[in-house]
Design a protein around this ligand. Structure first.
Ligand SMILES: [Zn+2]
Length: 154
């Protein structure tokens, strides 16, 4: 009984500490199971904060042994730059402003982005022309602005 009480107090203290650190750092605690709003609720000018930004290229190392060099929307993955997203939370073919890269179209998708979206995490994958560039990018936490959304009144 005493041990249980001590353990409970310990858990409460850990939670309070995490909450404090979260409020000080400005980084929200990740809440498991929290859903992202639907893609249809986003509009031009919106800024997504704390977006996990990774990078890839069209090679077989990045896209698997059966990579055919086309994006999910049918663009030539080698010729064009673009971004892979979860289409349920970020509109297909919208234009995003990526700090340090420029404006790119959300023209592709991938399992990692869909999995993170299910956990309530915005994750986008920037497509570069070469594997070296993609590797150099690593993982970055950035603010991403939605510049425009194709096929919808702004
Ligand atoms: Zn690659």
């Amino acid at each position: 009984m005493k041990f249980r009480t001590a353990a409970l107090i310990g858990l409460v203290l850990v939670f309070l500490l995490l909450s404090f650190l979260s409020s000080v750092s400005g980084i929200p605690l990740l809440t498991a199971g929290e859903k992202l709003p639907p893609a249809s609720s986003l509009k031009a000018g919106d800024v997504l904060t704390h977006v996990k930004v990774t990078a890839y290229c069209p090679c077989t190392k990045c896209c698997g042994p059966v990579a055919v060099g086309l994006t999910a929307t049918g663009r030539d993955a080698w010729e064009t730059l673009g971004v892979a997203v979860d289409f349920k939370s970020i509109p297909k073919n919208c234009t995003l402003e990526i700090p340090g890269v420029g404006q790119l179209v959300a023209d592709d998708t991938g399992g990692a982005m869909r999995q993170d979206a299910k956990k309530g995490i915005y994750h986008i994958d920037v497509r570069f022309h070469s594997h070296e560039e993609a590797k150099k990018w690593g993982v970055q936490l950035l603010e991403i602005k939605i510049v425009s959304i194709t096929g919808r009144q702004q």
